[in-house]
Ligand binder design. Sequence first.
Ligand code: AGP
Length: 609
Amino acid sequence: MCGIVGYTGRKQCVQALLEGLGKLEYRGYDSAGIAVQDGVGLAVRKKEGKLARLLELVAREPVSGTCGVGHTRWATHGRPSDENAHPHRSGAVAVVHNGIIENHQALRKCLTEAGRTFRSETDSEAIAHLLDAFTSAGLPLEAAVRRAVAELKGSYAFLAISEKEPGTVVGARMNCPMVVGVGDKETFFASDLPPLLSHTRQALFLEDREIVVAWPEGVRLTDFAGNLKHRTPQTIDWSPVMAEKGGYRHFMLKEIHEQPRAVLDTLSGRMLPKSGEVVFETLPFPGERLRGLKKVLIVACGTSWHAGLVGKFMIEGLARVPVEVDLGSEYRYRDPVVDEGTLCVPISQSGETADTLAGLREARGKGAIAISICNVVSSTIAREADGVIYTRAGPEIGVASTKAFTTQLAALHLLALHLAAARGTRSGPEVSTHLRDLEELPRKMEEVLKLEAAIAAIARKYEDTRGFLFLGRGLSYPIALEGALKLKEISYIHAEGYPAGEMKHSLIALIDERMPVLVLCAKGETYEKTLSNMEEARARGGRVIAVGTEGDGVLAGKAEDVLYLPPCGRYTLPFLEVVPLQFLAYHMAVIKGTDVDQPRNLAKSVTVE
Ligand code: AGP
């Protein structure tokens, strides 16, 4: 996700802004910029690429002032470029924004018709035009922000400055973090703590639907209706490194906890439950092209391949199109049957995995059309497809993929519903039902996150184990595979994910009292048979951990430990099942003392074949 910083006070602010952006680099970004009130007007310096390029630009074209804002951009709308970098300027106003403005297209249309010229492809620029329109009509910046937030839908934390109001910074928060550092006759702003800690330890955390106004003399907090909010600054005793992880011990743990937000962001603006529609801003295919599809080919690697296995169930179940799921590294060796009736869906967090890219090129070379599912805007796999569905997980720093995986599931579920609607295999009301399941999902994922302590306790029971088995049937089988992959890659403990029904054909030979067996056994079509498999494992001395559905009283008598998930829909169960497995892998790794965020021998993006 993007990072924002701001300053107003008596000192020169450019150095503080640039250093603050440097403290946000860990969040991942593709461009950066600052805007400063330079005594004449507003001076904007912004550049695609790493912070060093912005520093070079500022060195070439110096700017100075005591009030300004800065931004590191993680692209969600519009490729990385100088024009798309923040701050966005409109007339006398400059804005930096973190979040997603869901109704940006409608705002862009309305503002363009009113004579405004957009220079970027971003959703954020609409905020700058709104604020300039309101301040040009005579409103002070604070009042303009209050008017603007009434027009905005989606998630945002933005800061604005105007050349008409020297020394004034105004910010607003809805669903994205903003913290205010309170100094001695100076005020700092940031998306989170790292940029503040070298200046002040006194912090005010904005809440949703709040507006902050700051001058060198002080700060005022109000809600969107204008009511004054009194809040005492908190004293922050985090180290800067801890602050980069938001207080979490590792990025992986932070990213596990970010999943409800990441899934919500990935769904935002793409679901119309009332009408039973799914809308993608970046798909070039009309309905009839999708109706003519004969096959979907999903190609991916590792965790993304597991997402593809879940996607097969979703697309075949909802859109009734045959789906093949291939490993990128294997796909080309089977001389695949592909033609113009094939839709290739490469899935990749990084968008740079060589094996997946090779699969995409192989399929397109044989006539397939392609829609990528990627987390990095303008990555190679995103660019080489005909269309792309971006997951909006924000930067995933930990090598072990967590929030990228669940946002891939979200993208796949939306794609399956989109295809189903286009092909008429599901009615509007039926699609609405699934969309409502998805709407409830972030809240249910938050509930599952509360299992962390119980899972850490279970991990401690198995710290000396030599291996771990994960069993699942149907939609839970890919999740069993994912649980095993997570455990292996960060704790170095051997693990196997296996189809529960296949256990009796070989795997059962491995089960004895030293072998922990995690069984995914939620209520649903595979419940009864999986319960039998659990009993088969138990009967051979296996130490069973069951992951089931709240209220299922049967499991306690058949498993040593039971973790309960809230009831949910058929296609949303994988989102909930994977979270306990992520926690188990994480806590086993912490006990083993491995490098959780940078496990040995692994890279975050495997760009070699
Ligand atoms: C997942 O935890 C692993 N880091 C790895 O399997 C990863 O999923 C795989 O390398 C694919 O990466 P991608 O999604 O960036 O293409």
